[in-house]
Design a binder for this molecule. Structure first.
Ligand code: ZN
Length: 192
């Protein structure tokens, strides 16, 4: 083996090891990527870019003709991500109940008509935007993304580590926790 091919081989091992062992990577620009799952069907990543006000969930799907990947993307405002993070234990508990075949559901309002939902029909966690229709009923829109329960388990395992990389995340104050909070006037809590 020439030194050149040997080096390539070493690099290959190194890259492979990094990919297989580090589900969370921050690059030199401070962009944090947490891989939640990869299979032939999809690869799901949680992404945070420095100074961004959102967490991005990207789901990479193979295209139908087998060429370029399609990306489905859903963005969640940091304060809503914080609401979700505060409830992660109950979300995981409901996921476990679904896996055991116990009838359960979750409808967690993250803020301004964004919900995290689970039910017995599909074993997934959905992040979805809802809207109020002309009759005043709150209904699910087409904007959303889902995680499998395996991906949720991966998220649960690395959530604190991921959130620690979000600058100022610990200091985000949720409006509902403020003493003078007025739910009826708050668009986040009581959206139109
Ligand atoms: Zn509020």
């Amino acid at each position: 083996m020439s030194i050149f091919t040997e080096c390539l081989f070493d690099m290959f091992i190194l890259v492979r090891t990094v990919i297989l062992t580090n589900v969370m990577i921050s690059d030199d620009k401070g962009i944090v990527r947490l891989t939640l799952g990869a299979s032939n069907e999809a690869e799901t990543l949680l992404i945070y870019s420095p100074n961004s006000t959102v967490v991005c969930i990207n789901r990479h799907l193979p295209s139908k003709n087998g060429n370029a990947m399609r990306v489905k993307r859903h963005m969640i405002q940091l304060r809503r991500w914080k609401v979700f993070s505060n409830h992660i234990e109950s979300v995981v508990k409901i996921g476990n109940q679904l896996q055991e075949g116990i009838d359960s559901m979750l409808k967690l309002h993250l803020g301004n008509h964004q919900f995290a939902t689970m039910n017995s029909e599909y074993q997934i966690l959905q992040f979805r935007d809802f809207y109020r229709d002309e009759n005043g009923e709150v209904r699910p829109s087409l904007r959303g993304i889902h995680l499998t329960l395996d991906e949720l388990a991966e998220l649960h395992a690395h959530l604190d580590e991921f959130n620690d990389k979000i600058h100022g995340f610990k200091d985000i104050q949720l409006c509902v926790n403020k003493p003078d909070h007025q739910p009826k006037k708050c668009r986040e809590y009581n959206p139109k």
